[in-house]
Design a protein around this ligand. Structure first.
Ligand code: SF4
Ligand code: SF4
Length: 180
């Protein structure tokens, strides 16, 4: 990338293309998805306390809830760590199975991770999570390449520990060496 400003401009183009991909390809598939991510199997949902409280309709104070969780009497699908909560293994209470939709769509209660999944920005890269059956890596990479423009290519790398997470990085195409 030519400069910090140019790099940011390019990164913004990729984010815009990733958002457009979510809207054009992923979201239209959600209503017919065979493994909806909102069932939280195998996905883990990261929540702030206010989101957990609202979505799980917890009436007690955070302190009382944490105590109950520590004692093993909290919801079995919730774990606490580093000031956050993680839900896994049970359908999200905001998920409407019949309508295949989120009841808190567009609301503050919806965790950020829900909107990011399955294609999101991470520094200079775009990450694609292949646990979403709607993601077609070749199609996504070609859209990102088009967004970056001529002179760039997309390089893909799967995470070693979690191969369903694929990093897509934009690289300059090397200029041919001029011959004498
Ligand atoms: S896994 Fe993908 S297609 Fe399925 S519900 Fe989630 S975002 Fe939609
Ligand atoms: S908050 Fe909505 S989008 Fe997020 S897991 Fe629950 S139902 Fe799905």
């Amino acid at each position: 990338m030519s400069s910090r400003g140019g790099g940011r401009h390019l990164a913004q183009k990729l984010v815009t293309a990733a958002d457009a991909y979510q809207r054009a390809v992923v979201i239209p598939h959600c209503s017919s998805c065979s493994k909806p991510c909102c069932r939280l199997e195998p996905l883990v949902l990261e929540l702030e306390w206010r989101q957990l409280k609202g979505l799980w309709q917890i009436e007690e104070s955070r302190r009382a809830f944490d105590k109950r969780l520590d004692a093993g009497h909290g919801p079995a699908e919730i774990r606490a760590a580093d000031g956050l909560y993680f839900a896994h293994g049970k359908v999200c209470p905001a998920y409407d199975e019949a309508g295949r939709s989120c009841r808190v769509y567009g609301q503050d209660l919806k965790p950020a991770g829900c909107s990011d999944f399955p294609v999101y920005e991470d520094g200079d890269a775009i990450i694609a999570d292949l646990r979403c059956e709607a993601v077609d890596l070749a199609d996504l990479a070609s859209r990102l390449a088009r967004a970056a423009g001529p002179g760039y290519r997309i390089v893909q790398a799967a995470d070693k520990a979690f191969p369903f997470l694929v990093t897509l990085l934009v690289k300059r195409v090397a200029k041919p060496v001029a011959k004498g």
